[in-house]
Design a protein around this ligand. Structure first.
Ligand code: ATP
Length: 517
């Protein structure tokens, strides 16, 4: 079986070969950790956005959308705390000159210990077979218990140095754990320093007059500064939400792992404004709603877990990550944060404008509390792509690479294929295309054998191939081949728009998820 690292490499090269993701400005050898979404990638990305927008805005009467500018008044970032506190701890290895995020070094060390626990469990599972009880093993096996204790101790130490911003303590922890650089293998570390992640630039054409502005490091602040505008013009009553999809920029210390961590990326964020004191309830509500949204895609319910933050951001009173099992391990995909009234209060303070809400029912005015859901669109794209990627051995001994992307998210919904390039079949196939094209992205292909064309569509995740053959000319029927099962069904052409429409409808994702086996 291929290792996770191999799978990751395959996914990255598949994404390039089949027009999903290209390195940015590749003719100039690319720009580190910057990527462009290609012809299939942009469709998948748009469909993910649509799924999110439908779930958050369209399906909720009390959530509306927004598209705020990337540039914002510089005071925004002073108020939000980003100028002073949006830092990551940085450490260099003196021998390799390789740069790391100090917290990630410790987290990777913890992940290694978790890996050992999982190895012990796999071994025991093999030894005991059906009689194996994982939970009991976890609770009693001395090795597992020792390692869990070790992890808990390290997590407590990590939390302490993070909360106290104890940079010396951070370095001592890395030394104490014996963490080595993966390139030089040495423990020759520099001091730990704080590094601000915001990109600054200048506005205006006269350099001397220019004032520094920042590329937004999160979309949320565009929502906060517009909260009262939206509340008033939309006559919104608390609780209500504002949703936004847009670019964010962070000068990440180490940007790598393909589109998982980039310096320019896209976020889908929703800020939900609630009455103070009710935030806990709404925090739980959104945790549940968001995990349900993920699981409805049927990418494997075991591939998700919650991970509560060890160190809360300066604005939060509760925070958790929804982690996904990427080929690079369980990593953050989405955050659900209870942000209190921190942001709105700070904007009141810095702008001198009142940002209060008058509650007619309770006859009182207050600064609302906020529960936020924040998901990285690029990470979501990677989650879909990597979990859909499959190499299959078929019954006839041949192999195929298939992307089992949920049909509602697939870039191309249907490919229309004349069996041969003559006898009037191409013309008929074009007619079929026309009945579908208004509603869906479709492909038309007549080159190469039908088998080869099926494989090409499998490789980009097209869920349905419609084949026009000689019988079509006689009775106006075509075959629909289903990507995952490869089964074929003959249907009348006039039924096609309905059948394809139903199969690829986003509605299917809102029906209770089918539990994957
Ligand atoms: P991390 O701990 O991985 O740096 P974060 O906790 O700083 O992430 P948030 O500030 O909570 O991330 O941002 C919300 C979401 O935006 C994340 O869950 C992630 O999906 C996405 N995101 C954050 N940074 C990046 C990045 N550099 N590249 C791609 N997506 C990102």
């Amino acid at each position: 079986m291929a290792s996770n690292e191999d799978i990751f490499k395959k996914v990255v090269s598949h994404a390039k070969e089949f027009g999903f993701v290209f390195p940015s400005s590749e003719i100039y050898d690319g720009l580190s950790a910057t990527y462009d979404y290609a012809q299939n990638g942009v469709e998948l990305k748009n469909n993910i956005k649509k799924y999110w927008w439908t779930a958050m805005v369209q399906m909720n009467e009390n959530i509306v959308g927004l598209d705020a500018a990337i540039f914002m008044h510089p005071k925004t970032w002073k108020a939000s705390g980003h100028v002073d506190a949006f830092n990551d701890p940085l450490i260099d290895n003196k021998d390799s000159k390789k740069r790391y995020r100090a917290d990630v070094l410790v987290e990777d060390h913890i992940a290694k210990i978790e890996g050992k626990i999982n190895k012990d469990i796999t071994k025991a599972k093999k030894r005991f077979g059906d009689a194996f009880k994982e939970e009991e093993f976890r609770n009693t096996n001395p090795n597992v218990l020792r390692r869990v204790g070790e992890i808990e101790k390290i997590e407590a130490q990590l939390k302490a140095v993070q909360v106290n911003e104890d940079l010396e303590g951070f370095k001592s922890l890395i030394e104490e754990l014996g963490i080595v650089c993966s390139v030089s293998g040495s423990k020759n570390w520099t001091e730990v320093r704080q590094f601000n992640l915001m990109f600054g630039t200048e506005m205006g054409s006269v350099a001397g007059d220019a004032s520094t502005i920042y590329l937004r490091p999160e979309t949320a602040q565009g929502i906060f500064v517009n909260y009262l505008n939206v509340q008033k013009t939309g006559r919104m009553k608390i609780p209500f939400g504002i949703a936004q999809i847009g670019k964010a920029f962070r000068n990440e210390i180490v940007a790598r792992q393909f589109i998982f961590r980039m310096r320019e990326f896209e976020q889908m964020e929703m800020q939900f404004f609630v009455k103070p004191g009710t935030q806990k309830k709404w925090y739980e509500h959104w945790k549940e709603a968001r995990i349900k949204w993920h699981k409805a895609l049927n990418l494997g319910s075991d591939n998700y877990r919650f991970h509560d933050h060890l160190k809360m951001a300066h604005y939060a009173d509760a925070a958790t990550d929804i982690e996904f099992n990427f080929p690079i391990g369980f990593k953050e995909l989405e955050g659900v944060h209870s942000r209190t009234d921190f942001d709105l209060s700070k904007h009141e303070e810095f702008s001198g404008k009142k940002l209060r809400y008058f509650d007619n029912e309770d006859n009182e005015s207050y600064v609302p509390y906020v529960v936020e859901t924040s998901i990285g669109l690029d990470r979501m794209f990677l989650a879909v792509l990597s979990s859909s990627f499959n190499e299959e051995k078929l019954e006839d001994g041949s192999e195929r690479v298939v992307l089992n992307i949920p049909p509602a998210l697939a870039p191309t919904k249907a490919a229309v294929l004349p069996l041969v390039k003559k006898d009037g079949l191409p013309e008929k196939a074009r007619e079929v295309m026309k009945t579908l094209q208004y509603d869906h992205i479709c492909a038309y292909e007549e080159k190469d054998s039908i088998g080869k064309r099926y494989r090409r569509q499998d490789a980009i995740g097209t869920p349905y191939c419609i084949t026009v053959d000689h019988q079509t000319l006689d009775d106006n029927t075509v075959t629909i081949r289903e990507r995952d099962t490869m089964s074929q069904e003959r249907v009348a052409i006039d039924q096609l728009p309905r059948i394809i429409g139903e199969k690829v409808s986003m509605k299917n994702l809102f029906i209770e998820p089918v539990v994957s086996v």
